[in-house]
Design a protein around this ligand. Structure first.
Ligand code: PHE
Length: 356
């Protein structure tokens, strides 16, 4: 029996992997293993022999089982050590960039604008970007022959021969939403409409697609004074400083009287600071809604009046965040904007800063 013990203890010690260890277990203590067979022989022994051999065999079985599990653990440890040696991690390598998406500056400004006007009781209205020339022009008192149609450099939608739907355009301003909102809600009305508009124009301050926000307030006893107050409240909240405004007489077919609105600013070393100084910068067109426009929207001009304005969103975004070229918003990627320190793009990464 000592031979048997020495044989298996030796074999177990030299087993190279878990599979051969399992073979050894079956050979030694498995159902038909050598030790199990010996145990079966106990039955044929005399009681005296059995009393001696029984405990010995049990002890041997225990010893072999213990050796097997010790070896099994050792093999697993060795395997883990091998893996650890092969798969190592260089914790001194710089971390990979965590790419964090950010909201587009124009979207952010639209949100800021919406919040400020919401505080003054304006709700948000929307209209289609492809609209009929009726909503974009006629209903706004811009008839077919009117020079404003040419001035606006309108993109017309292609029409196949025989297509007799009304002509459609890419809206040249957000003003058509005035008409759609009047039709839908009637008076009184207090809405803004931020959105994309299109004109065939391209230079440092013009892109073929840009953003406007339309404002429209219709009620009884509305005047230009209300318009001026609303705009000054808006600009002061938006720029975070008191901003004076100046009205300049102007002409729009859809307002009477009409005014262009300038905000107070100062040019300092080639850049503009809003809310100080004696310079003025044009930021929007406005006026009292023309009676014909009210009527086109189904509102009785003898009973109601209103003011309207249309402001360039990209323009006021450039002013607030110091971006000199409008094309940067739509042509280049966001790294370019970061270069100009656009605040909303300075998002923390998990390393606590931007790497570019
Ligand atoms: N729609 C005009 C434009 O695009 C702006 C405007 C809106 C003027 C409302 C007056 C009233 O230039």
């Amino acid at each position: 029996m000592d031979d048997l013990r020495d044989k298996y203890i030796d074999l177990i010690a030299n087993a190279g992997d878990e599979a051969s260890l399992e073979d050894l277990r079956v050979q030694a203590v498995g159902k038909k293993g050598e030790i199990s067979l010996k145990m079966r022989e106990l039955g044929k022994m005399t009681p005296e022999e059995r009393q001696i051999m029984g405990p010995k065999l049990n002890a041997l079985k225990d010893e072999i089982n213990t050796a097997l599990s010790a070896k099994k653990e050792a093999l697993a440890d060795a395997a883990l050590n091998e893996r650890l040696k092969a798969e190592w991690l260089d914790v001194t390598l710089p971390a990979r960039d965590a790419r964090v998406g950010t909201i587009h500056p124009v979207s952010q400004v639209i949100e800021e604008v919406t919040t400020i006007f919401a505080d003054m009781g304006f709700s948000v209205a929307e209209g289609p970007q492809i609209d009929t020339d009726f909503y974009n022009f006629d209903a706004l008192n811009i008839p077919g022959h009117h020079p404003a149609r040419a001035e606006m450099d309108t993109f017309y939608m292609h029409r196949a021969e025989g297509d007799n739907r009304p002509p459609h355009v890419l809206r040249t301003h957000t003003s058509p939403v005035q008409i759609r909102s009047m039709e839908e809600h009637g008076a009184p009305l207090r809405i803004i409409c931020p959105g994309r508009v299109y004109r065939a124009d391209y230079d440092q301050t013009h892109t073929p697609m840009f953003h406007q926000v339309e404002g429209l307030a219709i009620d009884k006893n509305i005047s230009m004074a209300n318009l001026k107050w609303v705009l000054e409240e808006f600009f002061s909240a938006y720029f975070g400083t008191t901003v004076k405004t100046r009205f300049r007489a102007s002409h729009f077919p859809f307002t009477e009287p009409s005014a262009e609105v300038d905000i107070q600013c100062q040019w300092k070393d080639g850049s503009v600071v809003v809310g100080e100084g004696d310079d003025w910068l044009e930021v929007l067109g406005s006026g009292m809604v023309h009676p014909k426009v009210l009527a086109a929207g189904g509102i009785d001009p003898d009973e109601w009046q209103g003011f309207a304005f249309g402001m360039g969103i990209d323009r006021i975004a450039m002013l607030k965040y110091g971006i000199p070229d409008l094309r940067a918003f739509f042509d280049s990627d966001l790294r370019w904007l970061r270069h100009y320190g656009f605040a909303s793009l300075d998002v923390p990464t998990i390393r606590g800063g931007l790497s570019r």
